[in-house]
Design a protein around this ligand. Sequence first.
Ligand code: ADE
Length: 235
Amino acid sequence: MSTHINAKLGDIADIVLLPGDPLRAKYIAETFLENPVCYNQVRGMSGFTGTYNGVRVSVQGTGMGMPSLSIYVNELLRFYDVKKLIRVGSCGAMKPHVKIRDIILAQGASTTSNMNNRRFGSVNFAAIADFELLHETYMTAKSNGMKVHVGNILSEDSFYEDYNSNRNAKLVDYNILAVEMEAAELYTLAAKYDASALCVLTVSDSLVTQEETTAEERERTFGEMIKLVLDTVTK
Ligand code: ADE
């Protein structure tokens, strides 16, 4: 049992999906997993373990933003020996060719977060996805006929930014596909603890067109993304 996760060693699978929203964790467990068992309710941050294709998989809510995700991912890595962590979340499109409802595999996560400044000082650590996990997910998507974008994203500290349009224009120029709030910390911690991590995102809104997906669309594309991830990690 760790400070924020009320589970015994062995209650959590080697493979963990990480939605930000704990209600999404419950939805994933109840919709996609067989025999889901809830192992955590501390602070309402639900965690479940079940099976998919006969393989044990857990789903753990992380909350929003890197400081919150960092608590759960640290505990999963330090105390529960988790080996594969896949964030399943949403993002805002920054490049015009990235459309709402599209899926992104985040190859790298640039960040405005102070967390890595505190860790690394003047070094700009490149927070990157695990190559095999990225490659396998990409190949599953291709063989299922799904179109995915692969590239660099931005992990921001705040959702309600006073967006500096010049800064965003520069990031777009340098091929940043989309913005979210957690991946850089996930990739950094996975590197430290020798685990594999990937962030898979559905585009919920566009900073280019100001469009937003409806709740119904979000649920459908979210389901497609979860199936892609579960099919990949249980192969
Ligand atoms: N997650 C989904 N949309 C986002 C946005 N526009 N900015 C940051 N995180 C997001």
